[in-house]
Design a protein around this ligand. Structure first.
Ligand code: GLN
Length: 546
């Protein structure tokens, strides 16, 4: 029997988007560094069964796990911070919970009892949390509850947490991540919104054990005192969490506040090890880097909000690879639709050191991406195509080198005469039946690499495994012709006969991958393809300077 089995619920107060996911990931990281096995779970309030059907421009990237789960972007933070792999066990939505309860009811699994919102829904939430704990053999399970306290839809998740606390008072703990604004007109930090958030949490029957005070600045002692009095907590459990240089500073900052030690004490545990050195080294290295490399991301999921959430794993993978190469990235957001309106704008690509065309769905903006891919090929600018970016690279090459003027993907033009990207048989049925949820080619698949290739040079391995999320594929019917013209297939899935990687010959670095390498990049272990893409971009930068 496993002896230590603790649960920490991380809930938000005052407002969303203040970094609750990074806080939860950092907490797990610290506990892991002190020698405890951990698991991280994200609970999302929406009725969607998974994040696969949600628009990324508004709700952030869809993160894909090894098993193909399409999840909230916070699972990406958990993986990057703790280096642990997430699956569908790490992700709970209201939709999943109701779907399972109703399935069981239809199967007569409630023995003739009526099924009620309380306690049957919280019980299913608890069951899922415990499954994840067991499968990961976690001593501490960190459960992040999306949204903020006071929202109606959060209640059933809070109720589940409360019920767990009632059953095991010594094993369940609560961290409130709150926000402390400093109104310009006052110039003084205010704690009142946080006090209200604490009261709201209290009214759900929950007393927080820790308050993480997110703010643009450090929290002063007098504010800590006020909060400590309001929630009857010792001063040491009110943690200052100011904005930081990079998200990788967050665990280090928490440690400066002694959070790990105090948290272990609160849970009745002792530190077994102290292992944050590598992390500290990286965080301080990041701050010292001055040299820049400019990476242009040619995409279309740009709106009034920042693009950071939409492309977070791509951005982080670029960061990791740049830091490895001792440079810092300057990322330019290049809207592909602008190139469609005015192709003179393409010239701006001359000033970037490398171009990435990331994943995407639907026709909008793809003609502009094709123009950018052509520009990269003809001007020998390093190009990295991620999923859709690989398909774009193939279409561009077919149109402009093979002279198949109408070449396209059947996703973008159903009636194209040259479908160089097309669907597999099994997907045709899904599309015809509008069976879209969770039916793409999802999760990890292996690929064999050609030895004489940029990809093999990067990975240094013949067989790789990467995560997928797409419905359309390279059409093997065109492979011979494309290869003869200089677009080489360098990665291939033998079991299913699918093309995984293409590379342009006689170009410094033009690689397209049908998968999403960004999901597997880690701060201390950058992804090999991103590393080499950045290296090639740097080479171009240095060459141009001379
Ligand atoms: N829309 C393309 C497909 O479904 C690419 C998907 C992606 O970029 N993730 O195949």
């Amino acid at each position: 029997m496993q002896k230590v089995k603790k649960y920490i619920f991380v809930v938000g107060g005052v407002m969303s988007s203040v970094g609750k996911g990074v806080a939860a990931a950092s907490l797990a990281k610290i506990l892991q560094s002190k020698g405890y096995s951990i698991a991280s779970i994200k609970c999302d309030m929406y009725v969607n069964v998974d994040a696969g059907t949600i628009r990324p421009a508004e709700h952030g990237e869809v993160f894909v796990g090894e098993d193909g789960v399409e999840a909230d972007q916070d699972l990406g933070n958990y993986e990057r911070f703790t280096n642990q792999t997430c699956t569908r066990d790490n992700y709970i939505t209201t939709g999943q919970v109701y779907q399972e309860v109703i399935r069981r009811e239809r199967n007569l699994e409630y023995d003739g009892e009526d099924v009620e919102v309380v306690p049957d829904i919280p019980n299913e939430i608890i069951r899922r949390i415990e499954v994840c704990q067991r499968k990961n053999k976690a001593e501490v399970t960190v459960v992040e509850i999306g949204g903020t306290v006071g929202e109606y839809q959060v209640l059933l998740f809070l109720e589940a947490a409360r019920m767990m606390k009632v059953k095991n008072p010594a094993d369940v703990f609560f961290v409130l991540v709150s926000y402390l604004p400093t109104p310009t007109i006052l110039g003084e930090q205010k704690s009142k919104p946080t006090q209200y958030a604490i009261r709201t949490l209290n009214s759900a029957g929950i007393m927080p054990d820790f308050i993480l005070c997110r703010a643009d600045r450090a929290v002063k002692e007098n504010i800590k005192n006020t909060i400590s009095t309001v929630c009857s907590l010792p001063h040491e459990r009110i943690i200052s969490a100011p904005d930081v240089y990079s998200i990788y500073d967050v665990p280090i900052n928490f440690e400066k506040e002694n959070l790990g030690q105090v948290m272990l004490q609160t849970m009745g545990l002792k530190a077994r090890t102290q292992k944050l050195e590598d992390w500290k080294k990286l965080a301080s290295k990041i701050k010292k880097i001055n040299k820049k490399v400019t990476i242009g991301i040619v995409g279309k999921y740009f709106n009034f909000k920042s693009c950071r959430d939409t492309y977070i794993s791509v951005i982080e993978a670029i960061n990791h690879a740049c830091w490895f190469n001792n440079v810092k990235p300057e990322i330019l957001w290049l809207d592909s639709e602008e190139y469609e309106k005015n192709d003179k704008k393409l010239k701006e690509l001359k000033n970037v050191d490398g171009i990435i065309v990331p994943g995407g769905f639907g026709q909008r903006g793809t003609e502009g991406m094709l123009l950018a891919a052509r520009y990269a090929r003809e001007n020998k600018i390093p190009y990295f195509g991620l999923c859709l970016g690989m398909q774009i690279m193939t279409i561009e090459f077919s149109r402009n080198v093979l002279k198949l003027k109408k070449a396209n993907s059947t996703e973008l033009d159903l009636n194209t005469t040259n479908p160089v990207i097309a669907t597999m048989e099994e997907q045709k049925k899904n599309i015809a039946e509008k069976n879209y949820g969770g039916t793409m080619r999802l999760g990890s698949y292996k690929a064999n690499l050609e030895i004489d290739s940029l990809s093999y040079k990067a990975y240094g391995e013949k067989i790789i495994s990467e995560r997928h999320r797409h419905r359309y594929e390279f059409n093997n019917y065109y492979q011979q012709r494309l290869e003869a013209a200089g677009l080489k297939v360098t990665g291939f899935n033998r079991e299913r006969g699918l093309v995984e990687i293409v590379e342009v010959k006689n170009h410094p670095w033009m690689v397209g991958v049908q998968f999403h390498p960004e999901f597997k990049s880690r701060p201390l272990n950058p992804h090999p393809l991103f590393k080499d893409f950045v290296k090639a971009s740097l080479k171009r930068k240095n060459k141009i300077k001379k």
